[in-house]
Write a protein that binds this ligand. Structure first.
Ligand SMILES: [Fe+2]
Ligand SMILES: [Fe+2]
Length: 233
C-alpha cells in the first residue's frame, strides 16, 4: 500500500535560541554597535517612557516596552488580511503577503513570551506596579502606536517597518545595556517559568540576552521588509 506524503508548510519558529557563548557575543556585538538614528516619532514614544519608568532599565520598564512591542505586528497582521484580499487574483503575491502575516503572528507570539517572562520576574522580585503607570499608560501608548502603525503602513509600508526597526533597536540596546550594568544578574538562576515554550537559560542575565537578541532579529526582519516593496497593502 502506498503512502501519500502531503507537504505541509511549517509555521515560523521565531528568532533562534543561542548558546551561552553566543549570548555573550551577542551582548558585545550590540554594545559595540551604535544605535540607529531615531526619528522624531520614535523619540516621541521613548521620551515619555523614560520619564515615567526611568532612563535606566528595570523589569517594570521592560514589561511596559513589551506591551507596546506587539502592537505593530498586530496592525500588520490586520492590514495583511486586507492585502491578501486585494491580491487574491495574483497567487504568487497573495502567497507572499500571507507568509508575511504568518511571520507577523510569530513575532507577536515571541513578544507575548517576552511580556510573560517580564511579568514573572516582576512578581518574583516582589515589585509593586501601579494601575495608572502599568496598566493605563501602556494601554494609551499602545493605542497611539497601533493607529500610527496601520496608517503609516497604508500610506507607505516602509515607514511603518522603519519605525518598528527603531523601536526594536531601542529595545535590543536597552536589554543588553541593562545586563552589562547589572553583573549580579549572572548569579540569579533563570526561574524557567516558560522553559517549555521559550527555553531555559543558565541565569537571568542569559535570559535577558536572549530577549535582547530576539529584538535584534525583529529589527533585522523589519529592515529586510523595507527592501521588499511589492509585498504591501
Ligand atoms: Fe520583546
Ligand atoms: Fe521585538
Amino acid at each position: 500500500m502506498s503512502v501519500t506524503t502531503i507537504n505541509r508548510p511549517e509555521a515560523p519558529t521565531g528568532p533562534p535560541k543561542l548558546t551561552r557563548d553566543e549570548l555573550r557575543r551577542a551582548e558585545q556585538e550590540t554594545l559595540a554597535t551604535p544605535r540607529m538614528n531615531y526619528s522624531l516619532l520614535a523619540k516621541m514614544m521613548f521620551k515619555p517612557v523614560d520619564l515615567m519608568y526611568g532612563k535606566q532599565g528595570s523589569f517594570t520598564k521592560f514589561a511596559m516596552l513589551e506591551i507596546i512591542a506587539r502592537v505593530p505586528y498586530q496592525a500588520w497582521e490586520r492590514m495583511g488580511y486586507w492585502a491578501v484580499q486585494r491580491h487574491a487574483g495574483r497567487s504568487a503575491l497573495a502567497k507572499r503577503v500571507f507568509e508575511r502575516i504568518v511571520e507577523a503572528r510569530a513575532d507577536q507570539d515571541n513578544e507575548q513570551w517576552h511580556l510573560l517572562i517580564m511579568q514573572d520576574l516582576i512578581q518574583r522580585h516582589g515589585i509593586k506596579q501601579s494601575w495608572l503607570l502599568h496598566k493605563v499608560a501602556p494601554w494609551l501608548i499602545a493605542f497611539f502606536y497601533y493607529h500610527v502603525s496601520w496608517m503609516m503602513f497604508l500610506v507607505k509600508p516602509e515607514w511603518s517597518y522603519r519605525l518598528n526597526a527603531e523601536f526594536e533597536d531601542h529595545a535590543e540596546h536597552t536589554y543588553m545595556t541593562f545586563v552589562a550594568e547589572n553583573p549580579d544578574l549572572e548569579f540569579i538562576p533563570d526561574p524557567g517559568t516558560y522553559a517549555d515554550e521559550y527555553g531555559r537559560f543558565r541565569s537571568v542575565a542569559d535570559l535577558l540576552r536572549q530577549v535582547g537578541h530576539d529584538e535584534r532579529t525583529h529589527k533585522n526582519d523589519s529592515l529586510e521588509a523595507m527592501r521588499e516593496p511589492r509585498v504591501r497593502a
